[in-house]
Design a protein around this ligand. Structure first.
Ligand code: TXA
Ligand code: MG
Length: 320
């Protein structure tokens, strides 16, 4: 049985699991989270696998001390400071420009990262004892209701999680409110446990509508999902033109003699977890190579392969 009452002993054991790259479901004041070491891309890939998410969604990074935000996000703004002072720990997630150490699989390749400090003693103790930040979506299967009791997690995810820490019923019961700080303005991305009115009382009126991604200020600065700027196509020998600079993204490796300008392999041992963990970084690296085209080998659409292919198909569609 992986469901245990949260106490000093079980939280220490859970922290050990996080450090070793395992998955722990834990209570927060909003809903239960499915946590992994945010700085371990393979552990984060497991989250998507267990949730059976058909696509990669960026994850919220959970921290236990306000000061550690600086490790993961960059900003210099008095109003952001104020929100943190006023509402952390609590049901407010801030989306800010990310630092280098946040793996691309956590942010789905976005240049921004979502961070929050949960207001729950079990969550805070778990994060502190793990010595890292914990990436966690709600601990439900994709498309199901968010869990507000440990038994919900166990019903949805069962033995697929290494440990479920039971910390009772979540007192807020809905997910955190998500606010993005972008170019000096604040945008509400998701309503949640902290009301708009409470936020506006501190920092003034939030922007109406969504961030205008039609007018990105510079490549790579898009606030939302990342697509490579280099044309991306699925593998077909008809694209092999020696006059072009072509980069190839192999799943494991196809047989070919073609002189590619750049070659990346997602997983030599054909492990979908490892492939998922490497996907966004590989695409980012290709961007720096000034290629005419990126060719990608499709992966089998099962398990994490579904999310990997979803991402690649979206990227390829742009260049149809
Ligand atoms: O209350 C909560 O926020 C719970 C607990 C466990 O902390 N977590 C949660 O996570 O609701 P999840 O994965 O179910 O929802 C996270 C949301 C998604 O809608 C995702 O798109 C958004 O956060 N998000 C994460 N990173 C983002 C980013 N860099 N930019 C924009 N949206 C982001
Ligand atoms: Mg969710």
């Amino acid at each position: 049985m992986n469901l245990v009452k949260a106490n000093n002993e079980t939280i220490t054991a859970a922290a050990g699991i996080i450090k070793q790259g395992g998955l722990v479901a834990f209570p927060t004041e909003t809903v239960y989270g499915l946590g992994a070491d945010a700085l371990n891309p393979i552990a984060v890939a497991k989250i998507f696998e267990v949730k059976k998410r058909p696509a990669f969604n960026p994850l919220i990074l959970h921290i236990a001390e306000k000061d550690s935000l600086k490790k993961f996000a960059t900003f210099d703004d008095k109003k952001v400071d104020l929100l943190i002072k006023k509402f952390w720990p609590g049901p407010l997630t801030l989306v800010l420009p990310k630092t280098e150490i946040v793996p691309d699989i956590v942010t789905s390749g976005n240049p921004t990262v979502a961070v929050r400090m949960p207001d729950h003693p079990v969550a805070l103790q778990l994060i502190k004892s793990s010595g890292t930040a914990i990436a966690a979506p709600s601990a439900n299967r994709f498309g199901h209701l968010s869990p507000t009791e440990a038994s919900h997690v166990s019903k949805y995810l069962g033995e697929k999680v290494d440990m479920i820490l039971d910390g009772g019923k979540c007192k807020v019961g809905v997910e955190s409110t998500i606010v993005q700080f972008y170019e000096g303005k604040f945008y509400m991305l998701r309503p949640g446990g902290l009301s708009k009115e409470e936020i506006e009382k501190e920092i003034g009126t939030l922007e109406k509508g969504k961030i205008d991604i039609a007018k990105p200020t510079s490549p790579g600065q898009l606030p939302f999902h990342y697509s490579p700027h280099t044309p991306l196509k699925f593998w077909d020998t008809k694209f092999l033109d020696k006059n072009k600079r072509i980069g190839v993204l192999f799943f494991s490796k196809l047989k070919t003699e073609f002189p590619f300008s750049a070659v990346k392999i997602l997983s030599e041992k054909k492990d979908l977890r490892e492939a998922a963990a490497n996907l966004f970084s590989a695409l980012h690296e290709f961007e720096k190579e000034k290629l005419d085209m990126i060719l990608v080998e499709p992966v089998e659409e099962k398990g994490l392969g579904i999310a990997i292919m979803d991402r690649l198909k979206k990227a390829a569609k742009k260049f149809d």
